[in-house]
Design a protein around this ligand. Sequence first.
Ligand code: ZN
Ligand code: ZN
Length: 342
Amino acid sequence: MKCPVCGEDCVSEAQELIATVPSVFSPCSDCSSRILDKNLPPPVEGYREPCRCGKRFIDEVYAHLYAILVNEGIFSGEEPLKDVGTPLVHPGFAMKSPPYLPENSLVLLSRVAEKKVADRMVQDVPEIKAVVKFGTFTPGVVDPDLAVPPQSYELLAGCDIRANIFSSRAGPVVLYQQQSKIHIEFPRWSNPKIEAVEFHVSAVNPEWFVDAFCGIGKLGLIGARMGIPHVVMNDAWYAAAFWAAYNTQVNREFFRVDNVKILGDYRKMEEMPVIRKPRLIAETEGEQEIRVYQGDFRELHTILPPVPVLAALDIFEKRIPEAAEKALEEWRKHVNGEAFIP
Ligand SMILES: [Zn+2]
Ligand SMILES: [Zn+2]
Protein backbone atom coordinates (compact mmCIF):
# COMPACT_ATOMS: atom_id res chain seq x y z
CA MET A 1 0.00 0.00 0.00
CA LYS A 2 1.18 3.53 -0.75
CA CYS A 3 2.47 5.46 2.25
CA PRO A 4 0.62 8.77 2.85
CA VAL A 5 3.79 10.36 4.29
CA CYS A 6 6.59 9.43 1.85
CA GLY A 7 4.61 8.07 -1.11
CA GLU A 8 6.69 4.86 -1.15
CA ASP A 9 5.66 1.30 -0.40
CA CYS A 10 5.98 1.63 3.42
CA VAL A 11 2.70 -0.04 4.40
CA SER A 12 1.73 -3.72 4.50
CA GLU A 13 -1.73 -5.25 4.80
CA ALA A 14 -2.57 -6.40 8.33
CA GLN A 15 -2.14 -10.17 7.76
CA GLU A 16 1.14 -9.68 5.93
CA LEU A 17 2.60 -7.65 8.82
CA ILE A 18 1.23 -10.01 11.50
CA ALA A 19 2.87 -12.95 9.68
CA THR A 20 6.33 -11.35 10.25
CA VAL A 21 5.94 -11.25 14.06
CA PRO A 22 7.45 -14.65 15.01
CA SER A 23 10.81 -14.00 13.31
CA VAL A 24 11.16 -10.33 12.42
CA PHE A 25 13.44 -9.48 15.38
CA SER A 26 15.03 -12.92 15.93
CA PRO A 27 18.78 -13.46 15.46
CA CYS A 28 20.41 -16.01 13.16
CA SER A 29 23.03 -18.37 14.61
CA ASP A 30 25.82 -15.93 13.61
CA CYS A 31 24.28 -12.79 15.12
CA SER A 32 26.44 -11.15 17.78
CA SER A 33 24.65 -10.27 21.00
CA ARG A 34 26.94 -7.99 22.97
CA ILE A 35 24.85 -6.36 25.71
CA LEU A 36 25.98 -2.80 26.50
CA ASP A 37 25.40 -0.86 29.71
CA LYS A 38 22.90 1.91 28.83
CA ASN A 39 24.11 4.07 31.72
CA LEU A 40 27.68 4.31 30.36
CA PRO A 41 29.21 5.50 27.09
CA PRO A 42 29.70 2.59 24.63
CA PRO A 43 33.09 0.80 24.67
CA VAL A 44 35.99 2.61 22.96
CA GLU A 45 36.42 -0.06 20.29
CA GLY A 46 33.16 1.16 18.78
CA TYR A 47 30.17 -0.57 17.21
CA ARG A 48 29.88 -3.81 15.26
CA GLU A 49 28.52 -3.97 11.70
CA PRO A 50 25.22 -5.76 10.87
CA CYS A 51 25.39 -9.56 10.60
CA ARG A 52 25.43 -11.24 7.18
CA CYS A 53 21.73 -12.02 7.81
CA GLY A 54 21.11 -8.27 7.68
CA LYS A 55 20.17 -7.83 11.34
CA ARG A 56 21.99 -6.22 14.22
CA PHE A 57 21.38 -6.28 17.97
CA ILE A 58 19.71 -3.04 19.14
CA ASP A 59 22.65 -2.14 21.45
CA GLU A 60 25.08 -2.16 18.49
CA VAL A 61 22.71 0.07 16.51
CA TYR A 62 22.69 2.45 19.48
CA ALA A 63 26.51 2.39 19.63
CA HIS A 64 26.54 3.29 15.90
CA LEU A 65 24.13 6.21 16.45
CA TYR A 66 26.26 7.31 19.41
CA ALA A 67 29.40 7.37 17.24
CA ILE A 68 27.62 9.66 14.76
CA LEU A 69 26.53 12.00 17.57
CA VAL A 70 30.15 12.23 18.78
CA ASN A 71 31.47 12.68 15.24
CA GLU A 72 29.02 15.56 14.64
CA GLY A 73 30.04 17.26 17.89
CA ILE A 74 26.65 16.83 19.61
CA PHE A 75 27.98 14.36 22.17
CA SER A 76 31.33 14.76 23.96
CA GLY A 77 31.72 11.00 24.48
CA GLU A 78 30.87 11.25 28.18
CA GLU A 79 27.11 10.81 27.80
CA PRO A 80 25.47 7.49 28.66
CA LEU A 81 24.27 5.33 25.76
CA LYS A 82 20.63 5.81 26.73
CA ASP A 83 20.88 9.55 25.90
CA VAL A 84 20.78 8.61 22.19
CA GLY A 85 16.99 8.58 22.51
CA THR A 86 13.88 6.42 22.70
CA PRO A 87 13.59 3.51 20.25
CA LEU A 88 10.27 2.65 18.64
CA VAL A 89 10.52 -0.50 16.58
CA HIS A 90 8.42 -1.30 13.55
CA PRO A 91 6.30 -3.32 13.90
CA GLY A 92 5.75 -2.83 17.63
CA PHE A 93 4.37 -5.69 19.72
CA ALA A 94 4.95 -7.07 23.23
CA MET A 95 8.37 -8.75 23.21
CA LYS A 96 10.16 -11.13 25.58
CA SER A 97 13.71 -9.99 24.76
CA PRO A 98 15.47 -7.05 23.06
CA PRO A 99 15.27 -7.09 19.25
CA TYR A 100 17.79 -7.84 16.49
CA LEU A 101 16.86 -5.11 14.06
CA PRO A 102 16.49 -5.61 10.31
CA GLU A 103 16.71 -2.70 7.85
CA ASN A 104 14.25 0.18 8.30
CA SER A 105 12.80 -1.09 11.53
CA LEU A 106 13.50 1.70 14.03
CA VAL A 107 12.05 5.18 14.51
CA LEU A 108 14.34 7.09 16.87
CA LEU A 109 12.85 9.77 19.12
CA SER A 110 15.71 12.07 20.03
CA ARG A 111 15.95 15.15 22.23
CA VAL A 112 19.43 16.04 20.96
CA ALA A 113 19.39 15.37 17.20
CA GLU A 114 19.22 18.16 14.63
CA LYS A 115 18.47 17.96 10.91
CA LYS A 116 22.05 17.34 9.76
CA VAL A 117 22.84 14.53 12.20
CA ALA A 118 19.38 12.99 11.62
CA ASP A 119 20.04 12.89 7.85
CA ARG A 120 23.31 11.10 8.54
CA MET A 121 21.67 8.61 10.89
CA VAL A 122 19.07 7.68 8.26
CA GLN A 123 21.73 7.46 5.53
CA ASP A 124 24.47 5.60 7.43
CA VAL A 125 22.53 3.35 9.83
CA PRO A 126 20.46 0.87 7.80
CA GLU A 127 18.13 -0.01 10.69
CA ILE A 128 16.96 3.59 11.11
CA LYS A 129 13.65 4.39 9.40
CA ALA A 130 13.26 7.93 10.74
CA VAL A 131 14.50 10.39 13.34
CA VAL A 132 11.96 12.53 15.19
CA LYS A 133 12.77 15.51 17.43
CA PHE A 134 11.19 14.65 20.74
CA GLY A 135 9.72 17.19 23.19
CA THR A 136 8.31 17.05 26.70
CA PHE A 137 4.72 17.50 25.49
CA THR A 138 2.18 15.02 24.07
CA PRO A 139 1.41 15.51 20.38
CA GLY A 140 -2.20 15.94 19.21
CA VAL A 141 -5.34 16.98 21.05
CA VAL A 142 -4.98 16.50 24.82
CA ASP A 143 -8.06 18.36 26.00
CA PRO A 144 -11.65 17.10 25.44
CA ASP A 145 -12.88 20.72 25.31
CA LEU A 146 -10.39 21.44 22.49
CA ALA A 147 -9.21 24.59 24.28
CA VAL A 148 -5.50 23.64 24.40
CA PRO A 149 -3.86 24.09 20.96
CA PRO A 150 -2.42 20.76 19.72
CA GLN A 151 1.30 20.35 19.00
CA SER A 152 3.38 17.92 16.93
CA TYR A 153 6.94 16.64 17.16
CA GLU A 154 9.24 17.42 14.25
CA LEU A 155 10.17 14.79 11.68
CA LEU A 156 13.89 15.46 11.05
CA ALA A 157 14.67 12.73 8.50
CA GLY A 158 13.21 9.59 6.93
CA CYS A 159 9.60 8.40 7.03
CA ASP A 160 8.15 8.14 10.52
CA ILE A 161 5.18 5.92 9.87
CA ARG A 162 5.24 2.70 11.83
CA ALA A 163 2.75 0.18 13.13
CA ASN A 164 1.84 -1.36 16.46
CA ILE A 165 0.13 -4.73 16.64
CA PHE A 166 -2.38 -5.05 19.48
CA SER A 167 -3.85 -8.39 20.55
CA SER A 168 -7.45 -8.91 21.57
CA ARG A 169 -9.64 -11.92 22.23
CA ALA A 170 -11.06 -11.49 18.72
CA GLY A 171 -7.55 -11.46 17.22
CA PRO A 172 -4.86 -8.85 16.49
CA VAL A 173 -5.30 -5.45 14.86
CA VAL A 174 -2.58 -3.47 13.09
CA LEU A 175 -2.41 0.25 13.80
CA TYR A 176 -0.27 2.48 11.61
CA GLN A 177 0.52 6.02 12.64
CA GLN A 178 2.83 8.90 11.86
CA GLN A 179 4.94 8.97 15.00
CA SER A 180 5.58 12.74 15.12
CA LYS A 181 1.82 13.47 15.14
CA ILE A 182 0.47 10.87 17.56
CA HIS A 183 1.11 10.19 21.24
CA ILE A 184 3.45 7.33 22.02
CA GLU A 185 1.94 4.02 22.96
CA PHE A 186 3.61 0.61 22.75
CA PRO A 187 1.78 -2.73 23.02
CA ARG A 188 2.24 -4.54 26.33
CA TRP A 189 1.30 -8.04 27.41
CA SER A 190 -1.96 -6.80 28.86
CA ASN A 191 -4.01 -3.82 27.76
CA PRO A 192 -6.66 -2.67 30.27
CA LYS A 193 -8.43 -0.43 27.71
CA ILE A 194 -8.91 -3.32 25.29
CA GLU A 195 -10.08 -5.52 28.17
CA ALA A 196 -12.61 -2.83 29.19
CA VAL A 197 -14.03 -2.79 25.65
CA GLU A 198 -14.22 -6.60 25.56
CA PHE A 199 -16.01 -6.61 28.91
CA HIS A 200 -18.62 -4.00 27.94
CA VAL A 201 -19.20 -5.43 24.46
CA SER A 202 -19.76 -8.92 25.91
CA ALA A 203 -22.13 -7.53 28.56
CA VAL A 204 -24.19 -5.28 26.25
CA ASN A 205 -23.90 -7.07 22.88
CA PRO A 206 -24.49 -3.74 21.10
CA GLU A 207 -25.72 -3.04 17.58
CA TRP A 208 -23.86 0.28 17.66
CA PHE A 209 -20.44 1.00 19.15
CA VAL A 210 -18.89 4.47 19.27
CA ASP A 211 -15.21 5.15 19.97
CA ALA A 212 -15.63 8.88 20.61
CA PHE A 213 -11.93 9.76 21.18
CA CYS A 214 -10.62 7.13 18.82
CA GLY A 215 -7.02 8.22 18.30
CA ILE A 216 -5.73 6.00 15.50
CA GLY A 217 -8.67 3.63 15.93
CA LYS A 218 -7.57 1.00 18.43
CA LEU A 219 -10.76 0.47 20.41
CA GLY A 220 -13.14 1.07 17.49
CA LEU A 221 -11.33 -1.46 15.32
CA ILE A 222 -11.27 -4.01 18.16
CA GLY A 223 -15.06 -3.48 18.37
CA ALA A 224 -15.29 -4.02 14.61
CA ARG A 225 -13.16 -7.18 14.94
CA MET A 226 -15.62 -8.42 17.56
CA GLY A 227 -18.25 -8.21 14.83
CA ILE A 228 -20.38 -5.27 16.05
CA PRO A 229 -22.61 -4.38 13.07
CA HIS A 230 -22.22 -0.56 13.29
CA VAL A 231 -19.01 1.07 14.48
CA VAL A 232 -18.37 4.83 14.58
CA MET A 233 -14.94 6.28 15.37
CA ASN A 234 -14.27 9.96 15.96
CA ASP A 235 -11.38 12.23 16.83
CA ALA A 236 -11.02 16.02 16.63
CA TRP A 237 -7.30 15.78 15.67
CA TYR A 238 -6.80 15.41 11.91
CA ALA A 239 -3.90 12.96 12.18
CA ALA A 240 -5.82 10.66 14.53
CA ALA A 241 -8.96 10.67 12.36
CA PHE A 242 -6.92 10.08 9.20
CA TRP A 243 -4.97 7.15 10.65
CA ALA A 244 -8.16 5.63 12.08
CA ALA A 245 -9.55 5.74 8.52
CA TYR A 246 -6.34 4.34 7.08
CA ASN A 247 -6.22 1.56 9.68
CA THR A 248 -9.79 0.58 8.79
CA GLN A 249 -8.41 0.00 5.29
CA VAL A 250 -5.29 -1.84 6.54
CA ASN A 251 -7.40 -4.25 8.65
CA ARG A 252 -10.34 -4.57 6.25
CA GLU A 253 -9.84 -8.33 5.71
CA PHE A 254 -10.91 -8.81 9.36
CA PHE A 255 -14.30 -7.15 8.80
CA ARG A 256 -17.45 -8.08 6.89
CA VAL A 257 -16.91 -5.26 4.39
CA ASP A 258 -16.51 -5.19 0.62
CA ASN A 259 -14.76 -1.87 0.42
CA VAL A 260 -13.36 0.98 2.53
CA LYS A 261 -13.72 4.47 1.07
CA ILE A 262 -11.29 7.04 2.47
CA LEU A 263 -12.69 10.51 1.83
CA GLY A 264 -10.09 12.59 3.70
CA ASP A 265 -6.75 13.61 2.19
CA TYR A 266 -3.92 13.68 4.75
CA ARG A 267 -2.22 16.81 3.42
CA LYS A 268 -5.48 18.74 3.01
CA MET A 269 -6.72 17.71 6.46
CA GLU A 270 -3.58 19.23 7.98
CA GLU A 271 -4.89 22.69 6.99
CA MET A 272 -7.80 22.22 9.46
CA PRO A 273 -6.07 20.24 12.21
CA VAL A 274 -8.97 20.48 14.67
CA ILE A 275 -12.64 20.76 13.67
CA ARG A 276 -15.84 20.66 15.67
CA LYS A 277 -18.63 19.77 13.24
CA PRO A 278 -18.20 16.04 12.47
CA ARG A 279 -16.80 15.46 9.00
CA LEU A 280 -16.90 11.98 7.44
CA ILE A 281 -13.34 10.75 6.73
CA ALA A 282 -14.04 7.11 5.85
CA GLU A 283 -16.90 4.68 5.43
CA THR A 284 -17.26 1.05 4.48
CA GLU A 285 -19.51 -0.72 2.00
CA GLY A 286 -20.80 -4.18 2.84
CA GLU A 287 -22.55 -6.01 5.65
CA GLN A 288 -20.68 -4.27 8.47
CA GLU A 289 -20.81 -0.50 8.70
CA ILE A 290 -17.70 1.31 9.93
CA ARG A 291 -17.47 5.09 9.78
CA VAL A 292 -14.71 7.47 10.84
CA TYR A 293 -15.30 11.15 11.60
CA GLN A 294 -13.16 14.11 12.46
CA GLY A 295 -14.98 16.34 14.93
CA ASP A 296 -15.89 17.31 18.48
CA PHE A 297 -17.34 14.39 20.47
CA ARG A 298 -20.05 16.77 21.78
CA GLU A 299 -21.40 17.13 18.22
CA LEU A 300 -21.26 13.45 17.36
CA HIS A 301 -24.88 12.79 18.40
CA THR A 302 -25.93 14.78 15.31
CA ILE A 303 -24.79 11.92 13.05
CA LEU A 304 -25.99 9.02 15.23
CA PRO A 305 -29.42 7.35 14.92
CA PRO A 306 -31.75 7.59 17.98
CA VAL A 307 -30.98 4.02 19.08
CA PRO A 308 -29.05 2.67 22.10
CA VAL A 309 -25.31 3.02 21.56
CA LEU A 310 -22.39 1.59 23.52
CA ALA A 311 -19.80 4.36 23.75
CA ALA A 312 -16.16 4.30 24.88
CA LEU A 313 -14.91 7.74 25.91
CA ASP A 314 -11.16 7.26 25.97
CA ILE A 315 -10.37 10.80 27.06
CA PHE A 316 -6.74 11.71 27.45
CA GLU A 317 -7.33 13.43 30.79
CA LYS A 318 -8.99 10.51 32.51
CA ARG A 319 -6.55 10.86 35.39
CA ILE A 320 -8.52 14.02 36.20
CA PRO A 321 -11.78 12.47 37.48
CA GLU A 322 -13.81 15.66 36.96
CA ALA A 323 -12.84 15.79 33.27
CA ALA A 324 -13.97 12.19 32.79
CA GLU A 325 -17.25 12.78 34.67
CA LYS A 326 -17.93 15.95 32.66
CA ALA A 327 -17.35 14.16 29.37
CA LEU A 328 -19.70 11.30 30.35
CA GLU A 329 -22.36 13.74 31.52
CA GLU A 330 -22.13 15.73 28.30
CA TRP A 331 -22.38 12.53 26.21
CA ARG A 332 -25.39 11.15 28.12
CA LYS A 333 -27.34 14.38 27.55
CA HIS A 334 -27.72 13.48 23.88
CA VAL A 335 -27.09 9.74 23.38
CA ASN A 336 -29.01 6.70 24.68
CA GLY A 337 -27.33 3.55 25.86
CA GLU A 338 -24.26 2.87 27.93
CA ALA A 339 -21.10 5.00 28.01
CA PHE A 340 -17.84 4.18 29.79
CA ILE A 341 -14.30 5.46 30.25
CA PRO A 342 -12.00 2.58 29.25
ZN1 ZN B 1 6.53 6.11 4.26
ZN1 ZN C 1 22.53 -12.79 11.94
